[in-house]
Design a protein around this ligand. Structure first.
Ligand code: UD1
Length: 351
């Protein structure tokens, strides 16, 4: 059996790390195609190195661009390649432009399509990631859901065939990598246990809107008076800080370049709480038992908000919600038992 995995953005490298090992274990030939949506060393290559992912067999090197252009460029190159490679299955991950491009190509070439992280739904409906998810699920043959809620979301849309609740591959990775978490940044920044918040922000609705981004940074600046703030900054957000003249607002924070997975988890393990708009960090905060304060209009992972492990905030309520804190009622195994990758490979190889 031959599978082709299309990846290209940071959250996909993380998921690929799990599947790649499982395919290797089961003797399945996996062709890795990297679209190149993310291309900075610390947004891409570092994940291959630190998580020991096999080097991509093909690099499409599309880089950044407007949504249509980026998606189209990936489609053009990926289609040519798939006509040559002729895999038994194409695998796409999550909700990026890379995901959608791969899904359309596989569906049109009539190559069975597997979507890892299917069934997630999130408002606003017009956000790029939501469009990518909905369309990808529509044309997928294997829909690997991370939770019961995502299975239910698909059912509501009439999608019941090929749907599997496997659990979340990022939970597999969290458990498998725990003993390798990297604490060097924690040490070099001279952080102490629970004396800092870990912050990440990159959603278009938060950082592209000058007023909203300014309000978020002002709230964080206020928080920085009593707690340290460690902010590994995404390139999109760094650009906006410069463009909007916000350098002063972040001067009291520990702003660092984007970090690799093991270092991010190292920072997570000792923080007081996580402030984020990332669906990945939202779950990872739960895995490590930290309150997650979400700057999102609607969470991708509703289960965590329902059970009060994550708290929805707005820029003007963030400080108050942090002060109140969460009634953290921990519920285990919402996202499976850490064997999602093995389950996915088993299902694919049995078909
Ligand atoms: C993308 C995904 C998002 C995911 C995120 C993780 C889409 C629509 N969005 O958002 O779901 O959560 O990745 O990071 O696919 N840039 C660099 N260097 C890089 C990568 C990006 O400078 O290595 C800059 C680009 O020039 C661009 C901006 O960052 O201006 C945004 O990059 P892009 O890949 O378009 O979207 P993300 O915000 O990263």
């Amino acid at each position: 059996m031959k599978v082709a995995s299309l990846i290209g953005a940071r959250p996909q490298f993380v998921k690929e790390a799990v599947l790649n090992k499982e395919f290797e274990k089961s003797g399945v030939e996996e062709i890795i195609v990297n679209s190149g949506q993310h291309y900075d060393y610390n947004m891409a290559e570092v994940f291959f190195e630190k998580l020991h992912i096999k080097a991509p067999d093909y690099n499409l090197s599309v880089g950044s661009g407007p949504h249509g252009e980026m998606t189209a460029k990936i489609m053009i190159e990926f289609e040519k390649l798939m006509m040559e490679v002729k895999p038994d299955v194409v695998i796409v991950y999550g909700d990026t432009n890379t995901t959608l491009a791969g899904a359309i190509v596989a569906a049109k070439l009539k190559i069975p399509l597997a979507h890892v992280e299917a069934g997630i739904r999130m408002l606003p409906k017009d956000m790029p990631e939501e469009i990518n998810r909905v369309l990808t699920d529509r044309v997928s043959n294997f829909l690997f859901c991370p939770s019961e809620l995502s299975v239910g979301n698909l059912k509501r849309e009439g999608i019941t065939e090929g749907v599997y609740n496997t659990g979340d591959v990022t939970y597999d990775l969290y458990l498998k990598s725990k003993e390798h978490f990297d604490y060097s940044l924690y040490q070099s920044l001279k952080l102490e246990d629970s004396n800092y918040y870990l912050v990440t922000l990159h959603r278009d609705y938060n950082v592209d809107d000058k007023e909203r981004f300014g309000a978020i940074l002002k709230a964080l600046q206020q928080l920085a008076k009593e707690s340290r703030i460690v902010f590994p900054i995404h390139p999109r957000s760094r650009k906006r800080v410069e463009e909007f003249g916000f350098a002063d607002l972040i001067k009291d924070m520990d702003v660092v370049d984007p970090v690799d997975y093991l270092s991010l988890m190292g920072l997570m393990e000792h923080c007081k709480g996580v402030i984020t708009d990332s669906g990945g960090l939202q779950r990872e905060s739960y895995f490590s038992g930290k309150p997650g304060y979400l700057l999102m209009p609607d969470p991708a992972w509703h289960e965590l908000v329902t059970h009060k492990m994550n708290i929805l905030c707005e820029p003007d309520t963030l400080l108050e919600k942090i002060k109140i804190g969460g009634e953290y009622e921990r519920i285990d195994n919402i996202y499976g038992d850490g064997t999602a990758g093995a389950k996915i490979v088993k299902i694919l190889t049995q078909k």
